[in-house]
Each structure stands twice: as structure tokens, then as C-alpha cells.
Design a binder for this molecule. Sequence first.
Ligand code: NOJ
Ligand code: CA
Length: 566
Amino acid sequence: MSLSSHDVFNAPDWWRQAVVYQIYPRSFADANGDGIGDLKGITSRVPYLKELGVDAVWLSPFYPSALADGGYDVDDYRDVDPKIGTLDDFDAMVAALHAAHIKVVVDIVPNHSSDLHEWFKAALAAGKGSAERERYIFRDGRGENGELPPSDLKSIFGGRAWERVTEPDGTPGQWYLHLFAKEQPDFNWDNPEVHADFLKTLRFWSDRGVDGFRVDVAHGLKKDLNPAFHAMVGFDDGVVDSDDGQHPLWDRDEVQDVYAEWRAVFNEYDPPRTAVAEAWVAPHRQARYSSPSGLGQTFNFDLLKAEFTATDFHDIIDRNLTATKALGGSTTWVFSNHDVVRHATRYGLPDGVAGAGAPGAASSTTGGNSGKQWLLDGGDPAEVDQAKGLRRARAATLFMLALPGSAYLYQGEELGLQEVSQIPDEDRQDPAFFRNRQIEIGRDGCRVPLPWTREGSSFGFGPGGAHLPQPAWFADYAVDTQTDDSASTLNLYRRALHLRNELETEESLEWTQVAPTVLAFVRPNGWSAVMNFGTEPVALPEGEVLLASGPLGDGELPGETTVWLR
Ligand code: NOJ
Ligand code: CA
């Protein structure tokens, strides 16, 4: 079969079935050797991305930031963090990616800025009752002297969601809301100025050639902070259980009005800019975010949270395809990102551990448990069955890559990388760890800089060190270690992505087998995927074998293996 690719790049609806590769810029590639990945590092790896065969990259935040939350605390939405580059470097990176026919999606963080944002500094300086404070959510405290927070609301990263400020005259003053770290004050989305400024930001990056946006905490912008609600809100970990659009904080119906405005801006461009919502909402509410009059696409975290069973996979896939079809959006699939334990490790956790493919394994915006609790409780990383984890991860990913809709991959999963579970406390960076010690181990374990080479400083991440410690076993996962091994995970991903491109077809499927341990479907052009969730081999169905996630037996599909056929 020839591997000449489909011209996805020039199609206006390129995003509908795109493979989008998430880059966590500070941990991808470091060009100048200061230990922090940078934009020039990304540009230098464009040939790698091309060879991998992705249609787009999504960059986690690269804006100026003091990194209180890995860059999700933005000081300036229309600039590049000097620690990782300049706007010129950004333009050069976009040009190189576009020349390689790779689209560029950037992260936009509208729920909160950082406390170093000009607007927040102005709000502090201007004092109570000022127009500057109206851009955020300031309230007087309770108690005789306002010494108690306005409500008992808790932050997703632990501790309370209110921080008291010192007024310009030096006295203790009002409190501001931060659903995440205290360095991340929430914007007031009832203020037209906030709306206007984000439209300006969307145009700023669109004008620079950005093709789409990933919208952080998309379900959180609109809030009802009526004091009567405060007393009622028991809010532990960001899990959104409310599903009627009336929750005081999450997934309120009127948040869609914001995205209708954004859509109008996206449609000013040719082709229209695209967007994908990060919205941890009830399954039946997801499609609201992916309607064509709104953002167009939303992450569907259902497979990420699913049990490793044929029944769960089948029900989730069916439900999502039906829901998105009804509104005309396209569905998405994802197993790993910068907030959750890498799926090669999740799938290898001892049976019964939350995160070992258990329901609710990763249900909040910080990734919920996903096995982290187990690690924190002293779970011995040696008990992770890495071989099983990788086998299952390869099977699940190959199955997912044959589904209609678009696939989101997280840097390093193409190497089959395992979570780094042992990071000394003093090296950790995640506020979820520091604000919530003993409860959350945090997300640093999936953010360790990538290994590119077996040898050399920081395994080829850059000419210097790495901002999070890389374990010795990274050598076995390095890109150069895997390149010449035809059975490596890297080569499986490369083959899968190029074949997928070649095989692209209409966004539908027909189930051909729905059995207790086996699932199979066929796409309109005869491309089929069969996955054996069990541990015993099953008969290999008829057809030309295109690719398999592991070695096939004679006429047999071994356990925890997926095959593509035609
Ligand atoms: C979701 C992001 O993925 C996560 O990394 C971040 O901490 C929160 N949103 C807050 O911005
Ligand atoms: Ca650097």
C-alpha cells in the first residue's frame, strides 16, 4: 500500500478526523540547554512530527508565566514566555509546521489569568468598588472585620478558593475567587471587557496563522455567585455531577453564549478557526460544546475513564458517535494528556486500583485519581505490570485510531512511555501536590522531559539538564532506541498514523462483533479493527492484515491485542 497522504491539510474540515499531538512545550525539546523546552526546540523536531504522521499539534500554554500551574497561569495572553522564546520564534515555528502540513492549535485559558497579569495588578492597586476589580471576582469577607472568606468554596487544587488581599493602604481587605491555585484569579465573565479582551486574543493568534484553539476549563466561565448558593455548594474535587445547566459553577447553560461569540470570530477566517473544549461534564452535556454554532469539538474523556472491557468501550463509542452526529460536530478520543497518569501505566496498575481502567478513574480537571492515590498511598511502582500496561495501551490506542472522529495523542505516548512515579518532593512542581499534600501526588510524573536519545545529556532533550528529573530507564524508551526496532511502540504509531491517513473515510462505523471480550467494527471503505480485551487468543477474522498492536499467532488474535484488517 502506498503511503502518499491524503490532503487533510488543505481541507476546511481538516479537524474532523485529525490526529492532534499534544506538546507540553517545557518538556518537549530544549534548544538552548537551560533545561526548559522551548519553541526553537519544537521547530527543530518538526521532521520528527512529520515522520510520526500527525495532522496537527496542540501546544499547552507558552505564554509569559511564573509557572504556578505549569503555564496555565497566564501573565499576558498575547506574548511568548521569554523563558521559552519570542514571538518571532513562534512565527518561525508555525511556518515550519505549516510547511510540513501540520496544523497548529494553541491553548487558551479563559477561566482565570495569573495574579501577575496587568489587569490583576491594576485590580489590586485600584481598590474596592473599582472598575478594575470588576474584571475579577472580588467580594467582602464574612465576620466582623471581613476576616472570614466569603464562602466555604474549596479550590480544585486543595484549600479554600478565596484569597484575601492587602488593600493599597496596607490594611487587610477583600477576597478574590480562585477555583485553582491562588495565583490563578478567576475572571468575571459577566463583564463585557473580559469578553472583548478574549476576542482580541483569538484574533491576535488567528492572524498569526494559528489554526485552532484548545479551551481550558471551558465549562467554568459562567458562575452564579449569589450568596445563597455558597452555603449550598459542597465542592470537593471538581467532579461535575450536576447535569441540568444550573450548577452555580460548572457547565451553566449560558456559557454557550460566550462560545457563540467566539464562533463568529472563528468564522471571520478562511478556513474558519477551530476549537476543542476541555469540559469535564456529564456525557449527555458534551455535545453542547461541540455544536457547529459553538466550539465545534469537545474532548471526550469517556474512554480515558473507562474500564478495559469490551462492554464499556462499546457503549461509550456508540453513545458518543450518536450524540455528536445529532448536532453535526465530530467526536474526539483521548487516553493521555498532561493531567493524567500515562495510559501505559494506568493499564498496568494492580487490578482493582482506581485508575487501573476503573470507572471514575480520572474524573476531574486535574485528572482525578487515575492511580495517583495508589502511588501516594505507598503503592510500589514495581507492582505496576509495565508489560501488561503497554500491551493494553497499544491495543486500546490502535483500536481508537480506527474510530471515526479525531484522536488526541500526548507527547511520549508514541514511545509507550510509563509514568515517572518516583520524583523527590523537592523536585515536584505541580500546585496540586503542594496545595493538597497527602491527597494528590500531582501531575509531574507525565510531564518529565522526553527522551530522544539513549546517551547524552538529558537523553537528548537538550544540551543541558532537564527541569524534572529523568529516570535511568528512559534510555530504553528513547526515540533512537526505538527507531530501528520494527516492533517498537514508536514504529507502531508511525505505521498506524500513516495508514490511517491513507484509509481515511466517512465518519461512521458498523459493529461486526460485540462479544464479552471481543469488539470489531468496519468503516465504510472496508477498513476494520478487531480488539481482543481478554487474555486468551481468539480466531483471527478473515481479511488482509494491515497492522497489529502485537505479534499475531497462527490464525489467532492473542489477548489484549488489536488488529486492523481489510
Ligand atoms: C486544565 C488543565 O489541563 C490543567 O493542566 C490546569 O491545571 C487546569 N485546567 C487549570 O487551568
Ligand atoms: Ca530552553
